[in-house]
Design a protein around this ligand. Structure first.
Ligand code: CTP
Length: 449
């Protein structure tokens, strides 16, 4: 803390808090934040942006804070107000923080009293974003948030739920009680920033949690050299496990035939459990989930496996093989290369099993997240199929890979729409797999909080 006389110690327990308000419709909730802070005995000065004043009047903010309200660096140039306000503050809390405000902070702008105050203060800065889901998940905002967190700004995760319009999703301004509690938690008992506090509330928001991710594609053997498989690389699931670890989680990746080039994306400390078949994957996931806060099933699990696996290579002409269960392999006459039908039996639905027979041993609940790649067909579009699957599987969240013709997401790497177990849309994201992984882990962290 500065030794400036303006920042002399305040009575024990009382903090000087600058509440910044920016141009989000949630600005109308700022007075509740101010009232909670004052009710807890703290002194508050409110600094709104010009845009905030379109949503909430300066007289209301002055009344609840008990201080006059200024917005511009030129309101009282002689007072060098941005420096004075920044030095006065023991904590700067911007609630709500709009996408535009986050962008201006990340860029280091100082074009109004609030952004100038953030640049001059040495106090911890906490922001509580509130915006529409698309804006929150936009790559520009994701990068701005990452930049701010890297610089030590505490970014409170927005809530998920009903937004301003008829839609819902992540981006909602949290309850003022949570905003105030998380902001004050940044300060230690002596008013100094608590060591490591910003990280503990932001990047580390999954600390102490176990997150299990399945990735890749199962391979169901026919014989020692052949299998029924799929093209899944496991990249998205691997990135989700990496992102969960970055948020402080203990992460386990159940990797079904994931290449070493993809596994190289994992940071140190992520446990990798290699599996081959659907049955192996089921056993590994259920074991790992015994204490999991969340499980994310990105793996492409084969719905069926060959009824019988030949112990020896099945021969085209059935010369040596037992050809067990594959009829024609052993039954075909020499010279008759007509393939025999392969009898299949159904694999367990691992995801549905996690919902109906949760493996947690401590009685706690695991948040279950599934994936579904849908293309749409004559019976319904991508979202109709996704919503039906969400209701059928009963997972807490189902991320539908909205791929295929006519969906209209444009030329992007990937796109997902996240549905709840009733098939209602919770969030959507489009962009690189890393971006989608970041959005999903934010959503999971918010759900677990
Ligand atoms: N899944 C699973 N076990 C299976 C099949 C799928 O756990 N035997 C999981 C996947 O990991 C994914 C979700 O279920 O999270 C949806 O997978 P998908 O293949 O889209 O669903 P299916 O139930 O197999 O439906 P479909 O008829 O569309 O293949």
């Amino acid at each position: 803390m500065s030794s400036s006389p303006q920042r002399a110690a305040t009575p024990t327990g009382t903090r000087r808090v600058v509440v910044g308000v920016s141009g989000s419709i949630a600005a109308y909730k700022a007075p509740f934040v101010v009232r909670l802070l004052r009710a807890a005995g703290h002194e508050v000065r409110v600094v709104p942006t010009e845009a905030a004043l379109r949503f909430i009047g300066a007289p209301a903010l002055a009344a609840v804070s008990g201080h006059p309200v200024d917005t511009g660096v030129f309101d009282d140039p002689a007072a060098v107000e941005h420096v004075a306000v920044g030095e006065w503050a023991e904590l700067v809390l911007i609630a709500p923080a709009s996408a535009d405000l986050l962008a201006r902070l990340a860029a280091g702008r100082a074009d109004d009293l609030l952004t100038a105050t953030v640049l001059t203060t040495t106090a911890p800065v906490v922001v509580a974003p509130a915006m529409h889901t698309q804006m929150w998940l936009n790559p520009a905002t994701v990068e701005n948030v990452a930049t701010l967190r890297r610089r030590g700004v505490t970014v409170i995760e927005p809530d998920s739920g009903r937004l301003t319009g008829a839609d819902s999703g992540v981006g909602r301004f949290p309850e003022p009680e949570r905003v105030v509690a998380e902001a004050l938690a940044v300060l230690g008992g002596d008013g100094a920033p608590r060591a490591g506090a910003p990280a503990a509330l932001t990047d580390q928001d999954l600390a102490g949690r176990h997150v299990v991710v399945s990735a890749g594609g199962t391979r169901e053997p026919l014989d020692p050299v052949r299998f029924l498989g799929n093209r899944s690389s496991g990249r998205l699931g691997t990135l989700i496990a990496a992102e969960a670890a970055r948020h402080g989680a203990r992460a386990t990746l159940v990797a079904a035939n994931v290449g070493s080039d993809v596994l190289a994306l994992l940071p140190a400390g992520v446990e990798v459990v290699p599996v081959g078949t659907a049955l192996e994957l089921e056993a590994a996931v259920r074991t790992a989930c015994a204490d999991a806060a969340a499980v994310v099933m990105t793996a492409a699990v084969a719905d069926f496996r060959p009824a019988v696996v030949s112990g020896t290579k099945i021969k085209k002409h059935g010369l040596d093989g037992d050809g067990a269960g594959h009829g024609g392999a052993s039954g075909a006459a020499k010279g008759d290369a007509r393939p025999a039908p392969i009898e299949l039996v159904e694999n367990p639905d691992v995801l549905a099993g996690l919902v109906t027979r949760p493996p947690r041993t401590d009685g706690g609940r695991t948040l279950v997240v599934g994936f579904a790649a849908e293309t749409g067909d004559a019976t319904g579009d991508v979202l109709a199929h996704g919503a039906a699957k969400a209701r059928r599987k009963g997972a807490d969240l189902l991320a539908v890979n909205a791929v295929g013709d006519g969906v209209g997401f444009g030329d992007v790497d990937s796109a997902v729409v996240v549905l709840d177990r009733d098939g209602a849309e919770v969030a959507r994201a489009a962009g690189s797999k890393g971006h989608i992984a970041a959005g999903l882990v934010n959503l999971i962290a918010a759900r677990l909080a």
